[in-house]
Structures are given as C-alpha cells and as structure tokens.
Write a protein that binds this ligand. Structure first.
Ligand code: TYD
Length: 224
C-alpha cells in the first residue's frame, strides 16, 4: 500500500514554525512531492470549530480533563478526515503541532493523570504517528516576545500563550525530553537562529529523512 510521509512541527510559542512550514512546503512541491499543510488543533472543518472553542478560552472553565477531551476529539477528526487519507494517497503531510503538544501542554504542565492521557492519546491517534518531528527550540522569553509582536497590541494572548513564564520554561524542557527519548523520530532545531539558518536546518533534516527511506517508500511519495 502507498504510504506518504508525516512530518510534525513542535515547540513553544513564537518559535517560527509557520514561516518554516510554508517555506518547506514550497521546496517539497518544487521537487514534485505532493504536499499537504495542516495544523492542530484544527485541520478539518469539525476540528477547526473545536479549535475556536479551545483557544478562545471558552472551555477553560470545564477543567483540564474535559478541555483535553476536546483536543482529543479534534485530533481524531483531523486524522480520520484528512491525515490518514492523505498518507494513503502518498502525500507528504506537514502538520503544525500534533501529539507532542498534547504530551507537553496537557501532560508535562497539566494536572491530568498520565495513564488517562496515554489512553486517550492511543484512542485519538489510532495508529497514526509522525515519521519525523522537528522540535523548534527557543528561550520562552524570546518566543513570547515574538508571538506578541506577531499578534499586535490590539489582540489578547490566547488560552495557553497567556500562562506564566515558568510554565513555558517547563514546556521547553518537556519538548527536549521527548526529543531525547525518541531520537529516531525527533530532530531539535535551534529556532533562535535567523530565518535562513533555521530554514537550512529544516531542509537538511527533512531531506535526510525522506532520502533514507527504501526505494519503494520513496516511489510512493513521488508525483502521487
Ligand atoms: P496556535 O496559535 O496554533 O499556537 P502556535 O502558533 O504557537 O503554534 O495555538 C495552539 C495552542 O494550543 C498552543 O498554545 C498549544 C496548544 N495545544 C495544546 O495545548 N495541546 C495540543 O494537543 C495542541 C495540538 C495544541
């Protein structure tokens, strides 16, 4: 069966993921890889509706567990409606945040029972895990500054961005811990460098991973 290639982009706030995803998508298309760009929470019509509920803070009073269930429901819809079908058709799927954000935001810096989180994760991803994860690492102080500059003064920080610097620091460490535990899947990108340097690091990591696949796997993502 044809199998595409699933790449996720993870890290703290204001790490520059969106810019790099757009540049990488262009590069992949230039090289004739059929490429799909998506994001979480969201990515399918149902999940985008849930995204609004979560990021506006409307679900915060439900408590962390119920809010986490919304993330999981959105992820499940996104996977079944968009990601799994795209991978079956041999596409390269680029996703801005995925399950590592869940492990970090709901897990490492949340109050939810880890066993419960693991079980919900298993049900929501239903066997779809990234082939490659780029973890954009940046000092949270710098990242939050960038995120607020991008947003402008007239818009408030979202549900998670507004949390304390101490929490964002723990998140940075939690992403790095994931990268250390899963070195085959994860590559840490120094997101504090200038845009071109980050772009080069992303390009190198992605094409190294694409080129290290078997010839049959490589064929599956060419011109599908
Ligand atoms: P978004 O504006 O897309 O973040 P960014 O531009 O920083 O990537 O907002 C998504 C927010 O949701 C972000 O703060 C991380 C959080 N999040 C979770 O808490 N759990 C998850 O599973 C996902 C996917 C995101």
């Amino acid at each position: 069966m044809a199998r595409g290639f699933f790449i996720t982009f993870e890290g703290g706030e204001g790490a520059g993921k969106s810019t790099q995803i757009a540049r990488l998508a262009q590069k992949l298309r230039d090289k004739r890889y059929p490429t799909v760009v998506t994001r979480e929470p969201g990515g399918s019509p149902g999940a985008e509706a849930v995204r609004h509920v979560i990021l506006s803070g409307a679900a915060e009073p439900f408590g962390q567990e119920m809010e986490a269930l919304l993330f999981a429901a959105a992820r499940s819809d996104h996977i079944e409606q968009l990601i799994r079908p795209a991978l079956r058709r041999g596409k390269v799927v680029l996703c801005d945040r995925f399950v590592d954000s869940w492990r970090v935001y709901q897990g490492a810096t949340g109050t939810i029972d880890p066993a419960l989180l693991e079980e919900i994760e298993r049900v929501s991803v239903n066997g779809v895990m990234p082939d490659l994860t780029l973890i954009f690492d940046i000092d949270p102080e710098e990242g939050l500054k960038r995120a607020s500059a991008r947003r402008g003064d007239d818009q408030a920080a979202d549900r998670f961005e507004k949390e304390t610097l101490a929490i964002h620091k723990r998140r940075r460490q939690a992403f790095l811990d994931i990268a250390r535990k899963e070195p085959k899947r994860c590559v840490v990108i120094d997101a504090s460098a200038d845009t071109e340097t980050v772009e080069n690091a992303v390009t190198e990591a992605v094409f190294a991973a694409l080129d290290s696949r078997s010839p049959a796997e490589q064929e599956a993502t060419q011109g599908a």
